[in-house]
Ligand binder design. Sequence first.
Ligand code: HEM
Length: 494
Amino acid sequence: MNAESSRVAVESPGDLVDRRLVAWFYLAACLFLLVSMLGGILMALQLVRWNPLKGIEFLSPGRWRMVHTNAVAYGFLANAFLGTLHWAVPRLTMKPVASRALSYFIFFAWQLVVLATAGGLIFGPSFQAQPWLEELTAQTQLSLSLGAQGVEWGETPFWIDPVALVGLLLVAINFMVPVARSKGPMYVSLWYFVAAYIWTILTYGMGNLMPEYAVAGTNAGAITGLFIHDLVGLFVTPMGWGLMYYFVPIILQRPIWSHGLSLVGFWGLAFFYPLQGIHHFLYTPIPMFLQYGAVISTIAVELVVATVIINFVGTIWGDGEKIKSNLPLRWFYCGMLYYFITCFQCAFQVTLTFQKLIHFTDWVVGHAHLVMFGVFSMWIFGAMTYLFPRLLRRPWYSRQLAEWHFWLSAVGVFVMWLDLTFAGVFQGFWWSSLQPWMDSVNGAVPFWITRLFAGLAMAGGFGCFLVNLYKTWRMPPVSESEETMDLMLEPATV
Ligand code: HEM
């Protein structure tokens, strides 16, 4: 990693990167994030007892919830990661991807997978009820779930799963070839990416196929716990950290503080993460030794994450002022701060003592937003803020809009997290003191109203980003020098 920034600066990566494709992936990511946020807001409205789409079966809140989570995971995060990989991998290896045609094929195929998933989630259950399908299901004894599968994050209808798996395999091949062809040291970013390609295929296959066809009962519960956690830990996390190890040294123009520590982080993740899935199902009939094992390995991962955060703090040490002026850097380090908070919180919530109180409460939803939006989406926004000017060959249109995007997102998600964390504690006490159920629902309404406004702030921030992007795209292109693109570092002008 140490030589990474200098290597990129010395050798021009020129034709290696297909900027148009990176921009397409980013635009697709933005489109799906918009849909997801809309779904989140609709769910939030439903919880404060105002459902604007009442009576429309296809757009009922339960379906919107699945569209919300699936669009974020497979539409936003996956597209954004794929776009960034198309920028970073050729630069890190100094080799193009295996095939540009394959990259375009993957782009269109992946959008189809995401759209088909949304279609399956919205329309599937209605087709499911068709008499001919029910009869066929009864005759074949096969679970022909055209609609959602009953697996959290694996709701994708069963017929999409093999297609998605083939897509993930093609992605792995496309990015592994340049890594295999490259000479010299393998940067730590590439360690993370290579691991993510393999782990994602295994994780997706395990979570979408095994509970559906191979295992049942508590065993299936254990597998789905593993799946939902590994999606975050073995797909999103290595991608996110890999990108941080790529962007931060380049922007700061200095090597990462400790290469040794970066390897501790990698191997710690590889060893401890796959053991912790069952922490989602504490106090279930899953054997206690597995539950205890999951708790201990979760706490171990918190220590691993701490080493990674220390490494990045060490890297910026003495240059902290840059966070004020350099927006991508600010996104990255704010995400790291939230990462620290979320992991600190996790070390408590994973214990059986805390679980007694907060299980199934809004505490968990707050935690999920802090990690998915406060950490990984922030890193993606940082990467987009850094790369869009380079992709469009125009500096950002407005610094103010970019600042609004940052502050509305950062404050919005923090308020949402804090609010839902408190809501969770209250709900836990209401439930454990055996108050009537409706008391806990009525008591949660003020928290849910606050969450709605926090969500609107996050969506408003994203709106600023989209307006800024549109206005930037409408400006005439400027010189191609990297310095011109860094006008974002200058004080606000527009
Ligand atoms: C516009 C802002 C947003 C609002 C208003 C919002 C609202 C919601 C609501 C109401 C739920 C369902 C909670 C429940 O079932 O009780 C939810 C779930 C979830 N949202 Fe969002 N959301 C927003 C943005 C996001 C973003 C941008 C992400 C990720 C990047 C995200 C990730 C999640 C996750 C992971 C869950 C599932 C939580 C769980 O099952 O524990 N949300 N959201």
